[in-house]
Design a protein around this ligand. Structure first.
Ligand code: ADP
Length: 485
């Protein structure tokens, strides 16, 4: 911050010094040039002709002394003069002075020249002497000691206060910045001094007003992190509880099986069956837990344009054997042409497979499941209906919570399937809701924003919140595919 403030300040100061030097040079030259012009005029006033008619200048030593400048501290300038004819040949005056240049130009001119290694300022004027028609050049010159002294004085008088001002300004900027960032340093020290995971909010009352937005943002971050940690803790607690039951069953049964085997008992197959059941539950639970952990990862997902009907087919292929085993008819109504959405294919197959799996699991044998994929002007909708027991209204929200199962549910499961479904839907910009099927049973609706074909973008950016609603789904009309026993 100091660099950003001080570097431009010093650049401005240097620029203003350059301008000041130009101005000082202009004023010093201007005043001494006027004196030089006056000297030339006094010489012109003293020009005349002698008895033989030759042009002479009556310039006694006393007069020359007047023309020579001297400063208060004794600094002197050398003064020179010269008279030349109209062709530029010297008539009288100092021979060391260079002859007039470019005599065709008759105007008065200033220029710099060098005499005995010293720089001089010269002025020339073209005059007529009486009786005419004679015309002559009068040239005067002086060394630059006094005007350089004046230039130095003017320059110092302009720049010195500026330098003092810049030094004072820099000091006040430094003090101001130090004072301004002190609360930040204090905040840093305060946070550093905290114990490893202390996410308590920072006290805004003691924060200066400039830092309030930062402290607010920090507090919000701490709050989010605290909530996240609490959710994780709850999740780990639930997971541990859920895993403990099948693991205990496995342990008890294997010990029991061992005892029966050593005593040659006949109920071994029954115990082994229970053991295998517990192992299946354990495997299912582990798979669901891993799946939930994967879908809850906060990393950015790359959603690609994909044909959702292919995901429906893939998911159906995963569950069809179970449907056949339970004698359940699955009817699919899917448009012939591809239906595109933006999504992650693997995730969406998992979402659909979970919903198919539930529909098969909770529908009684010889039941039916209808899957309908349709496109509206701004959405792509998949309805999965079954004629099972349905979901009572008060439970419609809770079933999407982790580890929640409707009380009295006897089918195997751990209450994680629908939370995975809702998470995947949210990750893929889709919404999921459950409504009652008019003929009895449940209808799960997944809604994707429709893709704008021209731009490859979604038509509407719907939020991925969870909707629970009751509505009137229509009975599926046609079947493109049907699996049943
Ligand atoms: P799980 O099936 O492993 O218990 P889910 O999260 O998939 O876990 O489902 C939560 C609860 O919602 C289930 O326990 C069940 O009671 C109920 N449920 C889910 N799908 C259906 C359905 N198609 N028909 C009736 N009840 C269902």
């Amino acid at each position: 911050m100091l660099l950003w403030l001080l570097v431009p300040l010093f650049c401005l100061c240097s620029l203003s010094s350059l301008v000041a030097y130009g101005l000082a040079e202009h004023f010093a030259n201007d005043s001494y040039d006027k004196l030089l012009v006056r000297s030339a005029e006094s010489i012109v006033g003293r020009i005349g002709r002698n008895e033989s008619g030759v042009v002479v200048a009556d310039l006694p030593l006393a007069a020359q002394a007047i023309l020579r400048h001297e400063t208060k501290d004794g600094l002197k300038d050398q003064f020179y003069y010269q008279i030349a004819d109209s062709y530029g040949h010297r008539l009288t005056g100092d021979a060391v002075l260079p002859l007039p240049l470019n005599t065709s130009d008759k105007g008065p001119r200033f220029r710099y020249a060098e005499i005995a290694g010293q720089k001089v300022r010269m002025y020339r004027v073209y005059v007529q002497i009486s009786p005419s028609p004679d015309e002559i050049w009068v040239q005067v010159a002086e060394t630059l000691n006094c005007r350089q002294q004046l230039l130095k004085q003017i320059f110092i008088s302009i720049v010195a206060p500026q330098v003092v001002l810049v030094i004072l300004a820099s000091l006040s900027v430094w003090v101001g910045v130090k004072h301004g960032v002190a609360p930040l340093e204090r905040l840093g020290k305060l946070l550093n001094a905290r114990r490893k995971v202390d996410l308590s909010p920072v006290d805004i009352g003691k924060t200066p007003s400039e830092l309030v937005p930062v402290t607010n943002a920090l507090n919000q971050l701490f709050l989010n992190a605290t909530n996240h940690i609490q959710l994780q803790r709850q999740f780990i607690g639930n997971a541990a509880h859920q895993l403990r039951t099948p693991i205990t069953a496995l342990k008890t049964n294997s010990e029991y099986a061992l005892r029966i085997a050593s005593s040659g008992g006949a109920t071994l197959s029954e115990v082994l069956e229970q053991t295998s059941e517990a192992a299946t539950r354990l495997a299912h639970m582990t798979e669901r837990l891993l799946s939930l952990a994967r879908t809850e990862e906060e990393s950015v997902r790359i959603l690609e344009k994909m044909d959702i009907s292919e995901a429906v087919n893939d998911a159906a292929a995963l569950v069809v054997s179970e449907a056949l085993r339970r004698n359940i008819c699955m009817e699919f109504e899917i448009p012939e042409s591809p239906v595109y959405v933006n999504g992650d294919r693997g995730d969406l197959v998992e979402l659909l497979a979970n919903l198919f799996d539930n529909a098969i699991k909770y529908t009684s044998e010889k039941g039916a499941i209808w899957v309908k994929l349709q496109e509206t002007t701004d959405a792509v909708i998949i309805n999965i209906e079954d004629n099972g027991p349905g979901i009572p209204d008060p439970e419609k929200q809770s079933i999407f919570e982790r580890f929640y199962r409707i009380p009295g549910t006897t089918e195997p499961g751990c209450g994680l399937g629908l939370s995975i479904v809702s998470r995947i839907a949210s990750n893929n910009n889709a919404t999921v809701k459950v409504i009652d099927r008019p003929g009895g049973g449940a209808c799960f609706c997944i809604t994707f924003p429709r893709l704008n074909e021209a731009l490859g973008e979604t038509v509407t950016d719907k939020s991925s919140e969870l909707f629970i609603a009751s509505g009137e789904p229509h009975e599926p009309q046609h079947c493109r595919q049907q699996w049943s026993s």
